[in-house]
Design a protein around this ligand. Structure first.
Ligand code: ASP
Length: 349
Protein backbone atom coordinates (compact mmCIF):
# COMPACT_ATOMS: atom_id res chain seq x y z
CA UNK A 1 0.00 0.00 0.00
CA UNK A 2 0.91 3.67 0.03
CA UNK A 3 4.04 5.05 1.60
CA UNK A 4 3.85 7.51 4.44
CA UNK A 5 4.30 11.04 3.14
CA UNK A 6 6.53 13.49 4.91
CA UNK A 7 5.45 17.05 4.26
CA UNK A 8 7.95 19.43 5.77
CA UNK A 9 7.53 23.12 5.29
CA UNK A 10 9.77 24.13 8.12
CA UNK A 11 10.98 27.57 8.99
CA UNK A 12 13.28 29.00 11.59
CA UNK A 13 12.07 30.79 14.67
CA UNK A 14 11.31 34.41 13.93
CA UNK A 15 9.37 37.10 15.69
CA UNK A 16 5.92 37.89 14.30
CA UNK A 17 5.56 40.88 11.98
CA UNK A 18 3.70 42.81 14.65
CA UNK A 19 -0.06 43.27 14.81
CA UNK A 20 -2.44 45.86 13.56
CA UNK A 21 -4.59 46.94 16.54
CA UNK A 22 -7.56 47.38 14.24
CA UNK A 23 -7.71 43.73 13.20
CA UNK A 24 -11.08 42.24 14.06
CA UNK A 25 -11.16 39.17 16.30
CA UNK A 26 -14.41 37.35 17.04
CA UNK A 27 -14.34 35.33 20.27
CA UNK A 28 -16.76 32.39 20.04
CA UNK A 29 -17.44 30.88 23.47
CA UNK A 30 -18.47 27.28 24.11
CA UNK A 31 -17.96 26.97 27.91
CA UNK A 32 -15.37 24.94 29.83
CA UNK A 33 -13.34 25.71 32.92
CA UNK A 34 -12.25 29.00 31.39
CA UNK A 35 -15.87 30.06 31.95
CA UNK A 36 -16.07 28.19 35.26
CA UNK A 37 -16.82 29.64 38.66
CA UNK A 38 -16.45 28.43 42.24
CA UNK A 39 -17.61 29.85 45.57
CA UNK A 40 -14.04 30.73 46.59
CA UNK A 41 -10.63 31.22 44.98
CA UNK A 42 -9.19 28.04 46.51
CA UNK A 43 -12.09 25.67 45.98
CA UNK A 44 -11.13 22.64 43.86
CA UNK A 45 -14.75 21.92 42.85
CA UNK A 46 -16.44 24.34 40.44
CA UNK A 47 -19.04 24.46 37.70
CA UNK A 48 -17.89 24.67 34.08
CA UNK A 49 -19.48 27.16 31.70
CA UNK A 50 -20.83 29.67 34.24
CA UNK A 51 -19.55 32.97 32.83
CA UNK A 52 -20.78 34.58 29.64
CA UNK A 53 -18.29 35.65 27.00
CA UNK A 54 -18.75 39.42 27.46
CA UNK A 55 -17.88 39.18 31.17
CA UNK A 56 -14.86 37.03 30.32
CA UNK A 57 -13.52 39.54 27.79
CA UNK A 58 -14.16 42.49 30.11
CA UNK A 59 -12.15 40.78 32.87
CA UNK A 60 -8.93 40.73 30.78
CA UNK A 61 -6.92 43.97 31.16
CA UNK A 62 -5.58 45.34 27.87
CA UNK A 63 -7.39 42.90 25.61
CA UNK A 64 -9.22 45.63 23.70
CA UNK A 65 -5.91 47.27 22.83
CA UNK A 66 -4.83 44.10 21.00
CA UNK A 67 -7.68 43.99 18.52
CA UNK A 68 -11.25 44.99 17.82
CA UNK A 69 -12.73 42.14 19.90
CA UNK A 70 -16.35 41.05 19.94
CA UNK A 71 -17.82 38.05 21.74
CA UNK A 72 -20.46 35.55 20.70
CA UNK A 73 -21.86 32.71 22.79
CA UNK A 74 -22.18 29.48 20.76
CA UNK A 75 -22.74 27.14 23.73
CA UNK A 76 -21.89 27.02 27.43
CA UNK A 77 -21.00 23.44 28.32
CA UNK A 78 -18.22 21.55 30.04
CA UNK A 79 -16.38 20.08 27.08
CA UNK A 80 -17.10 16.55 28.29
CA UNK A 81 -20.56 17.42 26.89
CA UNK A 82 -19.25 18.75 23.58
CA UNK A 83 -21.30 17.18 20.79
CA UNK A 84 -20.94 16.93 17.03
CA UNK A 85 -24.08 19.09 16.76
CA UNK A 86 -22.20 21.93 18.54
CA UNK A 87 -18.97 21.28 16.60
CA UNK A 88 -20.83 21.45 13.27
CA UNK A 89 -22.61 24.67 14.33
CA UNK A 90 -19.27 26.16 15.43
CA UNK A 91 -17.53 25.29 12.14
CA UNK A 92 -20.45 26.65 10.14
CA UNK A 93 -20.41 29.91 12.13
CA UNK A 94 -16.65 30.33 11.66
CA UNK A 95 -16.99 29.74 7.91
CA UNK A 96 -19.87 32.23 7.79
CA UNK A 97 -17.90 34.96 9.64
CA UNK A 98 -14.86 34.54 7.37
CA UNK A 99 -16.95 34.32 4.17
CA UNK A 100 -18.69 37.58 5.12
CA UNK A 101 -15.31 39.15 5.91
CA UNK A 102 -16.64 39.91 9.42
CA UNK A 103 -13.43 38.85 11.22
CA UNK A 104 -9.69 38.70 10.51
CA UNK A 105 -9.17 36.01 13.10
CA UNK A 106 -11.28 33.91 15.44
CA UNK A 107 -10.73 32.72 19.01
CA UNK A 108 -12.77 29.80 20.34
CA UNK A 109 -12.97 29.35 24.11
CA UNK A 110 -13.48 25.70 25.04
CA UNK A 111 -13.02 23.19 27.85
CA UNK A 112 -9.72 21.36 27.83
CA UNK A 113 -11.13 17.81 28.12
CA UNK A 114 -12.12 17.54 24.45
CA UNK A 115 -10.23 20.58 23.13
CA UNK A 116 -8.02 18.40 20.89
CA UNK A 117 -11.08 16.76 19.31
CA UNK A 118 -12.83 20.02 18.43
CA UNK A 119 -9.50 21.52 17.28
CA UNK A 120 -8.97 18.59 14.91
CA UNK A 121 -12.58 18.77 13.67
CA UNK A 122 -12.24 22.50 12.93
CA UNK A 123 -8.81 21.95 11.34
CA UNK A 124 -10.54 19.64 8.84
CA UNK A 125 -13.67 21.73 8.19
CA UNK A 126 -12.86 25.46 8.43
CA UNK A 127 -12.47 26.91 4.95
CA UNK A 128 -10.15 29.85 5.42
CA UNK A 129 -6.50 30.86 5.49
CA UNK A 130 -7.28 33.13 8.45
CA UNK A 131 -6.35 32.01 11.97
CA UNK A 132 -8.63 30.08 14.30
CA UNK A 133 -7.14 29.93 17.78
CA UNK A 134 -8.65 27.86 20.55
CA UNK A 135 -8.00 28.46 24.22
CA UNK A 136 -9.23 27.35 27.61
CA UNK A 137 -8.10 27.08 31.20
CA UNK A 138 -7.25 24.51 33.81
CA UNK A 139 -8.40 26.77 36.65
CA UNK A 140 -11.80 28.47 36.83
CA UNK A 141 -12.02 32.23 36.36
CA UNK A 142 -12.60 32.73 40.10
CA UNK A 143 -9.49 30.74 41.22
CA UNK A 144 -6.31 32.21 42.71
CA UNK A 145 -3.84 32.47 39.78
CA UNK A 146 -6.54 31.66 37.23
CA UNK A 147 -4.85 30.84 33.90
CA UNK A 148 -7.84 31.75 31.72
CA UNK A 149 -7.36 35.54 31.45
CA UNK A 150 -3.73 35.35 30.20
CA UNK A 151 -4.60 32.42 27.91
CA UNK A 152 -7.40 34.52 26.39
CA UNK A 153 -5.10 37.54 26.05
CA UNK A 154 -2.47 35.42 24.30
CA UNK A 155 -5.04 33.70 22.06
CA UNK A 156 -6.37 37.08 20.88
CA UNK A 157 -2.76 38.20 20.24
CA UNK A 158 -2.20 35.21 17.93
CA UNK A 159 -5.60 35.54 16.21
CA UNK A 160 -4.85 39.24 15.53
CA UNK A 161 -1.42 38.51 14.08
CA UNK A 162 -1.23 38.57 10.25
CA UNK A 163 1.65 36.04 10.44
CA UNK A 164 -0.78 33.51 11.97
CA UNK A 165 -2.54 33.07 8.61
CA UNK A 166 -2.22 29.66 6.90
CA UNK A 167 -1.20 27.83 10.07
CA UNK A 168 -4.49 25.98 10.47
CA UNK A 169 -6.33 25.71 13.78
CA UNK A 170 -4.06 26.36 16.75
CA UNK A 171 -4.47 25.96 20.51
CA UNK A 172 -2.91 28.59 22.76
CA UNK A 173 -2.46 27.51 26.38
CA UNK A 174 0.20 28.31 28.96
CA UNK A 175 2.32 30.43 26.56
CA UNK A 176 2.52 27.63 23.96
CA UNK A 177 1.03 27.52 20.45
CA UNK A 178 0.06 23.98 19.47
CA UNK A 179 -1.16 22.73 16.09
CA UNK A 180 -4.54 20.98 16.09
CA UNK A 181 -3.03 17.86 14.54
CA UNK A 182 -0.37 17.44 17.21
CA UNK A 183 -1.62 18.49 20.62
CA UNK A 184 -2.92 16.23 23.32
CA UNK A 185 -3.97 16.70 26.94
CA UNK A 186 -1.48 14.98 29.24
CA UNK A 187 -2.25 16.07 32.80
CA UNK A 188 -5.57 16.02 34.64
CA UNK A 189 -5.04 19.22 36.64
CA UNK A 190 -1.82 21.06 35.78
CA UNK A 191 -1.80 24.30 33.75
CA UNK A 192 1.00 22.68 31.69
CA UNK A 193 -1.33 19.99 30.38
CA UNK A 194 -1.07 20.22 26.57
CA UNK A 195 1.92 18.78 24.75
CA UNK A 196 2.60 18.21 21.07
CA UNK A 197 4.64 15.03 21.54
CA UNK A 198 5.06 13.83 17.94
CA UNK A 199 5.67 17.04 16.01
CA UNK A 200 6.43 19.79 18.49
CA UNK A 201 5.05 23.28 18.89
CA UNK A 202 3.91 25.75 16.22
CA UNK A 203 5.36 28.52 18.40
CA UNK A 204 5.16 30.42 21.65
CA UNK A 205 3.34 33.51 22.89
CA UNK A 206 4.56 35.44 25.89
CA UNK A 207 2.31 38.28 27.14
CA UNK A 208 1.15 38.80 23.57
CA UNK A 209 4.58 38.48 21.90
CA UNK A 210 4.27 35.78 19.27
CA UNK A 211 7.09 33.63 17.82
CA UNK A 212 6.58 30.82 15.29
CA UNK A 213 8.76 27.73 14.84
CA UNK A 214 6.96 25.98 12.00
CA UNK A 215 3.87 25.53 9.88
CA UNK A 216 1.64 22.45 10.16
CA UNK A 217 3.13 19.45 8.34
CA UNK A 218 -0.24 18.08 7.25
CA UNK A 219 -3.10 19.46 5.15
CA UNK A 220 -5.64 21.58 7.03
CA UNK A 221 -8.44 24.16 6.78
CA UNK A 222 -8.38 25.76 3.29
CA UNK A 223 -6.51 22.71 1.88
CA UNK A 224 -8.97 20.18 3.33
CA UNK A 225 -11.45 18.21 1.24
CA UNK A 226 -13.96 17.87 4.12
CA UNK A 227 -16.91 20.18 4.57
CA UNK A 228 -19.70 20.93 7.04
CA UNK A 229 -21.91 22.53 4.38
CA UNK A 230 -25.34 20.97 4.79
CA UNK A 231 -23.95 18.44 7.29
CA UNK A 232 -26.35 17.53 10.11
CA UNK A 233 -24.95 14.25 11.41
CA UNK A 234 -21.97 11.96 11.08
CA UNK A 235 -21.70 8.19 10.77
CA UNK A 236 -21.08 6.34 14.02
CA UNK A 237 -17.47 5.35 14.74
CA UNK A 238 -16.56 3.79 18.10
CA UNK A 239 -13.24 3.62 19.95
CA UNK A 240 -12.35 0.36 21.72
CA UNK A 241 -9.49 0.43 24.20
CA UNK A 242 -7.16 -2.58 24.03
CA UNK A 243 -6.29 -4.23 27.34
CA UNK A 244 -5.04 -7.61 28.52
CA UNK A 245 -7.43 -10.39 27.48
CA UNK A 246 -9.65 -7.89 25.65
CA UNK A 247 -13.12 -9.35 24.92
CA UNK A 248 -13.41 -9.47 21.11
CA UNK A 249 -17.21 -9.32 21.13
CA UNK A 250 -17.06 -5.60 21.94
CA UNK A 251 -16.46 -5.12 18.21
CA UNK A 252 -19.61 -7.09 17.37
CA UNK A 253 -21.61 -5.03 19.90
CA UNK A 254 -20.45 -1.79 18.26
CA UNK A 255 -21.34 -3.02 14.79
CA UNK A 256 -24.76 -4.24 15.98
CA UNK A 257 -25.34 -0.73 17.37
CA UNK A 258 -24.63 0.80 13.96
CA UNK A 259 -20.91 1.60 13.96
CA UNK A 260 -19.55 1.96 10.42
CA UNK A 261 -16.00 2.17 11.66
CA UNK A 262 -14.01 1.14 14.73
CA UNK A 263 -10.83 2.69 16.03
CA UNK A 264 -8.81 0.34 18.18
CA UNK A 265 -6.85 2.25 20.81
CA UNK A 266 -4.24 -0.48 20.59
CA UNK A 267 -1.23 -1.42 22.65
CA UNK A 268 2.12 -0.03 21.49
CA UNK A 269 2.24 0.16 17.70
CA UNK A 270 -1.52 -0.41 17.41
CA UNK A 271 -1.57 -4.03 18.62
CA UNK A 272 -4.48 -6.12 19.93
CA UNK A 273 -4.90 -9.73 21.03
CA UNK A 274 -5.46 -12.57 18.57
CA UNK A 275 -9.20 -12.89 19.31
CA UNK A 276 -9.73 -9.18 18.58
CA UNK A 277 -7.67 -9.40 15.38
CA UNK A 278 -9.86 -12.29 14.13
CA UNK A 279 -13.13 -10.50 14.87
CA UNK A 280 -11.87 -7.20 13.48
CA UNK A 281 -10.70 -8.88 10.26
CA UNK A 282 -14.09 -10.57 9.87
CA UNK A 283 -15.82 -7.18 10.27
CA UNK A 284 -13.37 -5.55 7.86
CA UNK A 285 -14.29 -8.17 5.25
CA UNK A 286 -17.92 -7.06 5.69
CA UNK A 287 -17.03 -3.42 5.01
CA UNK A 288 -16.61 -2.08 8.56
CA UNK A 289 -13.54 0.15 8.61
CA UNK A 290 -11.00 -0.90 11.25
CA UNK A 291 -8.38 1.70 12.16
CA UNK A 292 -5.45 0.82 14.39
CA UNK A 293 -4.34 3.69 16.63
CA UNK A 294 -2.61 3.51 20.03
CA UNK A 295 -3.36 4.33 23.65
CA UNK A 296 0.35 5.05 24.13
CA UNK A 297 1.01 8.76 24.65
CA UNK A 298 3.33 9.36 21.72
CA UNK A 299 4.63 7.82 18.50
CA UNK A 300 3.07 6.73 15.23
CA UNK A 301 1.18 3.57 14.26
CA UNK A 302 2.62 2.15 11.05
CA UNK A 303 1.31 -0.35 8.51
CA UNK A 304 2.40 -3.96 8.28
CA UNK A 305 4.85 -4.00 11.21
CA UNK A 306 3.58 -6.59 13.69
CA UNK A 307 0.29 -7.10 11.83
CA UNK A 308 -0.26 -7.71 8.14
CA UNK A 309 -2.67 -4.83 7.47
CA UNK A 310 -2.73 -5.59 3.74
CA UNK A 311 -4.06 -9.09 4.39
CA UNK A 312 -6.35 -8.17 7.32
CA UNK A 313 -7.85 -5.11 5.63
CA UNK A 314 -6.92 -2.68 8.42
CA UNK A 315 -5.93 1.00 8.31
CA UNK A 316 -3.01 2.43 10.34
CA UNK A 317 -3.74 5.75 12.09
CA UNK A 318 -0.18 7.01 11.56
CA UNK A 319 0.17 10.12 13.81
CA UNK A 320 -3.43 10.42 15.01
CA UNK A 321 -4.41 9.37 18.51
CA UNK A 322 -7.68 7.40 18.84
CA UNK A 323 -9.95 10.42 19.40
CA UNK A 324 -8.56 12.30 16.39
CA UNK A 325 -8.50 9.17 14.22
CA UNK A 326 -12.21 8.74 15.00
CA UNK A 327 -13.02 12.28 13.89
CA UNK A 328 -11.12 11.93 10.61
CA UNK A 329 -12.85 8.61 9.94
CA UNK A 330 -16.32 10.01 10.72
CA UNK A 331 -15.80 12.87 8.26
CA UNK A 332 -14.31 10.50 5.68
CA UNK A 333 -17.21 8.03 5.92
CA UNK A 334 -19.75 10.68 4.94
CA UNK A 335 -19.07 9.24 1.48
CA UNK A 336 -18.05 5.81 0.23
CA UNK A 337 -14.29 5.32 -0.10
CA UNK A 338 -11.81 2.57 -0.87
CA UNK A 339 -9.44 1.28 1.82
CA UNK A 340 -6.51 2.72 -0.15
CA UNK A 341 -8.13 6.14 -0.15
CA UNK A 342 -8.88 5.92 3.59
CA UNK A 343 -5.27 5.00 4.36
CA UNK A 344 -4.08 7.89 2.25
CA UNK A 345 -6.25 10.28 4.31
CA UNK A 346 -4.36 9.22 7.46
CA UNK A 347 -1.08 10.16 5.76
CA UNK A 348 -2.47 13.45 4.47
CA UNK A 349 -4.39 14.97 7.42
N1 ASP B 1 -14.12 19.54 32.33
C1 ASP B 1 -13.63 20.82 31.87
C2 ASP B 1 -14.01 20.97 30.41
O1 ASP B 1 -13.40 20.32 29.60
C3 ASP B 1 -12.16 20.89 32.08
C4 ASP B 1 -11.47 22.13 31.53
O2 ASP B 1 -12.01 22.94 30.81
O3 ASP B 1 -10.28 22.29 31.86
O4 ASP B 1 -14.89 21.71 30.12
Amino acid sequence: MQKRKVMMENEGKRPSQGRNPLRRVAVLATGGTIAGAAESGTQAGYTSGKMGIDAMIDAVPGIRALADVHGEQIANVGSQDMSFAIMIRLAQRINELFAADAADGIVVTHGTDTMEETAHFLNLTVKSRRPVVMTGAMRPYTAISADGPLNLYNAVSVAADPAADRRGVMVVMNDRIHGAHSLTKTNTTSVETFLSPVNGLIGTVFYGNVAYFRRPFRKHTYQSEFSVDGLTQLPRVDILHACADMPADLIECSVERGAKGIVIAGHGNGNMNAATIDTAARMAAQGIVIVRSSHVATGTVSRNIELDDDRLGFIAADELNPAKARILLMLALVKKRSLANLQDLFYTY
